[in-house]
Design a protein around this ligand. Structure first.
Ligand code: PLP
Length: 473
């Protein structure tokens, strides 16, 4: 057998042995990617409307950041966090805690959101042990949620990617699930916002009661859901109610803002959003990732409230475990520079303003579409859910894989978005036989995006939606 050396991939990821398009650079203020076909050398320039996977807060290759890499690397001897600290991790932690206005007092820096989730599950367990309570080990989370792809993270999540691995995950007994947060389908006609919040909180309390509240370690939810369900925002009062419920039963509240946080939804922390955020303070634990290092470095992390820190310092005083690259000096230096630039250039405000414009435009331009069922999200973290029938909200036959097809069509128009299937749910019959119900596309460009970029994204999305509508109906 002859091997095409140009197209053969040696990376064990996505399509095995096949390179596919290769990113070879960026263009036009870093908002565009240059993708090369390895077999022909042909290049295509595309607007990155989802910044990878909602990762970039700054543009790709931002020279203000990347030009300092050599110096930062030279200033960063490697040290093992269990023995010696470093100033970069200290400075980034202090900067972020100050930004939280007292909600957090300490941070742990990890390499990925999945790793942050794994660490949080253990830290929550240690928190209870420090208080002399060894009964708590269960984490309640939501159906149709995502917290990462490592074993613990996959166990607390739910979605089409989970079922093949169930036999090697934490049990359902250890990871009870609340219903999904899905206003488009579950906030029924005639229900007020208060009614919907009440419904969600009653469901949450039922999960506590059904699973012996004295064994619940924590509740983990995405403040705004991401890739699995397409950016639904919670109703007013839900987060406050969930926090109160956790504390009533002695459990911790952890919010996952890996994808939706740190400015993506138009506010420094998404739980601070005035329409649906917490009205006082923060969660007990918060996870962040993606935009913190803007894709320049592999950085994610956990933030801890004063309550958590107090229990640890009055207990053993020690955080158990520690990984080789936790709170790594170079990645923290880059993270701090990214965060400082976001503040200096008012980029979170830009997300709020241009994001609101993009959402308005999507709603306006898609209002006559028969298949654009819902436009939702906050900041520039926006999604369009596609349905076969807007009045019944019936989704398309999963075999049509409308989400991925839409992704491809929008890409052909020069814009990258995330197209997904499985928005509503899934049925698993075998490795290559998963029915994914419901479809959506999600956007989340770099925080520096302008109205011109929003217009290009909206144009590509609307054209593609109307074309597919013609073909599908
Ligand atoms: C909400 C959420 N949590 C956790 C993760 C896991 O992060 P990572 O892919 O960096 O491991 C993701 C990744 O998409 C995410 O969206």
């Amino acid at each position: 057998m002859t091997v095409d050396t140009k197209t053969k991939s040696y990376v064990f990821q996505k399509k095995i042995s096949e390179k596919g398009l290769i990113a070879v650079g960026s263009k036009n203020d870093g908002m565009y990617l240059v993708l090369e076909d390895p077999s022909t050398g042909e290049q295509k320039v595309v607007l990155d409307g989802i910044s990878g996977a909602a990762v970039c807060s700054l543009p790709h290759n931002d020279p203000e950041i990347t030009s300092q890499f050599t110096k930062w690397a030279q200033d960063s001897p490697y040290t093992f966090g269990a023995y010696y600290g470093n100033n970069a991790a200290e400075e980034l932690s202090k900067f972020m805690c100050e930004k939280s206005k007292g909600a957090f007092e300490s941070c742990l820096w990890t390499q990925s959101g999945s790793e942050a989730t794994e660490n949080a599950i253990k830290i929550m367990r240690q928190y209870h042990l420090e208080r002399g309570d060894d009964k708590r080990y269960k984490i309640i989370s939501r159906l149709q949620s995502y917290h990462g792809f490592t074993l613990g993270a996959l166990s607390v999540g739910d979605g089409t990617r989970k079922p093949p691995f169930k036999p090697i995950l934490l049990s359902d007994e250890q990871t009870p699930k609340m219903p999904q947060l899905y206003p488009y389908r579950d906030w029924k006609a005639g229900m007020s916002e208060e009614d919907y919040t009440k419904y969600l909180l009653e469901q949450a309390e039922k999960v506590f009661i059904d699973n012996d509240p004295s064994t619940i370690s924590g509740v983990l939810v995405e403040t705004v859901g991401g890739s699995t369900i397409g950016t639904p925002t919670p109703p007013k009062g839900y987060l406050d109610g969930l926090k109160a419920l956790c504390h009533k039963y002695g459990a911790l509240l952890m919010l996952d803002e890996v994808m939706c946080g740190l400015g993506r939804c138009g506010y420094d922390f998404t739980y601070m959003h005035p329409e649906f955020g917490l009205t006082t303070g923060g969660p007990d634990i918060l996870s962040v990732g993606k935009t913190i290092g803007s894709g320049f470095v592999t950085l994610a992390g956990l933030f801890f409230s004063p309550k958590i820190c107090k229990v640890f310092s009055e207990g053993s005083g020690l955080v158990m475990g520690g990984q080789t690259y936790h709170s790594h000096a170079f990645t923290c230096k880059v993270g701090l520079a990214v965060q400082q630039k976001i503040v200096r250039d008012n980029l979170v405000e830009n997300v709020r303003i241009v994001g609101a414009y993009m959402k308005e435009q999507l709603i306006e331009k898609l209002k006559d579409s028969k298949i654009a069922g819902d436009v939702r999200g906050a900041g520039n973290f926006l999604s369009v859910e596609i349905v076969k029938d807007k009045s019944t909200k019936q989704y398309f036959d999963p075999k049509l894989a409308v989400g991925p097809a839409l992704h491809k069509r929008i890409f052909d128009k020069g814009v990258i978005v995330m197209g997904a299937a499985g928005t509503v749910g899934y049925e698993y019959h075998g490795l290559n036989d998963v029915s994914c119900f419901g479809d959506h596309i999600t956007m989340g460009p770099a925080f520096t995006f302008k109205k011109e970029h929003a217009d290009i994204i909206v144009k590509a999305v609307t054209e593609a939606v109307f074309e597919m509508e013609k073909e599908l109906l």
